[in-house]
Design a protein around this ligand. Structure first.
Ligand code: SF4
Length: 204
């Protein structure tokens, strides 16, 4: 294990967040399937990393009740699934950035993902690739504003000015996709949040 991961584990532990380190995304997937009971309800946040795992479908097929808005057929169903995922036993998501100091930084369009990470689900698992690690909180915020937002906007079919400028210009565009900037500084409940760090480049 390298020094950076050791530092991360210690710094997150001091904030009541347990880090598990994996070489491959596949190993993280196996761990998720091992620790989430089959009779649990699971909310799933929109994430390229989780899609790559196909975790929503796998959990569903084995018997878990899964609320994943990306499986919705229309806007009304999206709204219902977002709400239901706020009161699940487990919530699975990725994150836009983490700092070596132990902060988790996210930027959201409608806020359902940061809401579920913050409060509601009994347990939260956050899966991040090594490309999401930044030294400081400032660098993590810079990553989400000037990198993650643009790629999220593109994926969702929005066209805010930062898609052209390649950096945030603090817009008031109708296509703005970053209404909620969240910094998780730690957890009140020590066993609630698990952070899976994978030695691969994953998501954005
Ligand atoms: S405020 Fe506007 S320009 Fe800045 S990151 Fe958000 S969408 Fe892009």
């Amino acid at each position: 294990m390298n020094m950076q991961i050791e530092k991360l584990i210690t710094n997150f532990k001091d904030r009541n967040i347990r880090v598990l380190h994996f070489n491959k995304l596949e190993e993280a997937k196996e761990k998720i399937l091992e620790i989430i009971p089959i009779d649990s309800t699971v909310g799933v946040g929109n994430s390229k990393t989780l899609k790559q795992m196909d975790i929503s479908k796998i959990l569903s097929n084995r018997g878990n009740i899964v609320f994943d808005k990306t499986n919705a057929k229309n806007k009304e169903e999206i709204k219902v699934l977002k709400k239901k995922s706020l009161i699940t036993d487990w919530y699975l998501t990725s994150s836009n950035a983490i700092s070596e100091d132990g902060q988790i930084v996210n930027i959201d369009h409608s806020g359902n993902r940061v809401a579920a990470m913050t409060y509601g689900p009994d347990k939260v698992i956050i899966v991040v690739g090594k490309n999401k690690i930044r030294k400081t909180l400032e660098e993590a915020i810079d990553r989400v504003r000037n990198h993650s937002v643009q790629l999220n906007a593109k994926r969702a079919g929005y066209n805010p000015p930062c898609l052209t400028t390649k950096k945030c210009v603090d817009c008031r565009s109708k296509d703005r996709v970053c209404y909620y900037l969240s910094i998780i500084e730690g957890q009140f409940e020590p066993e609630r949040m698990l952070l899976f760090i994978i030695d691969e480049e994953l998501g954005f």
